[in-house]
Design a protein around this ligand. Sequence first.
Ligand SMILES: CC(C)(COP(=O)(O)OP(=O)(O)OC[C@H]1O[C@@H](n2cnc3c(N)ncnc32)[C@H](O)[C@@H]1OP(=O)(O)O)[C@@H](O)C(=O)NCCC(=O)NCCS
Length: 150
Amino acid sequence: MSGGLLSVKIRFMRVSDVPAIVKIQEAVTRRKVSREFGRKVRNFVKKGGGLSLVAEVGGEVAGYIIGDIKTWGFGVEESGWVEMVGVRPGSMGHGVGKKLGGELLKNFHAKGISSIHTTARWDWGDMLAFFKSLGFELSEFINLEKNPRR
Ligand SMILES: CC(C)(COP(=O)(O)OP(=O)(O)OC[C@H]1O[C@@H](n2cnc3c(N)ncnc32)[C@H](O)[C@@H]1OP(=O)(O)O)[C@@H](O)C(=O)NCCC(=O)NCCS
């Protein structure tokens, strides 16, 4: 799957990257994203901690990944979470996502975080294959949802 033909540079995300990240998100979801998305990304960048990364290809932001650390979330003392990830369509399948994911996992490990989680829709085959390629497996948690209208 990963062509690995592109020269990819991974670096910490900056606030000035947010418009490029919004563009990637709009391209992968094929719809306009709310202003709240940009605000959320900006807040992660400002939080620091080396868990918000971008991949540059040819000097342009081609992908991003955002991680977060939760303390006492779901009964786990400290856990890492992959919150968001996206690669622009033209750069998909060339190892950009895998480099971003690998770097984020390294940064989690450097912080002593050994329990790393994420969540994906069951019908997002590419996402599931992507996380599987990074070593993610089915967790011992299950997701529950309550629809207030039901
Ligand atoms: C999933 C995603 C992050 C992967 O990034 P990428 O740079 O394209 O992936 P890579 O080239 O690094 O591939 C890494 C692994 O992911 C898997 N993968 C990636 N895209 C895939 C696809 N379309 N189908 C199946 N597997 C896929 C491969 O198994 C690959 O493993 P390998 O290296 O062992 O072959 C990226 O394709 C993406 O952003 N997709 C859009 C996701 C989306 O629709 N999001 C909307 C909701 S937010």
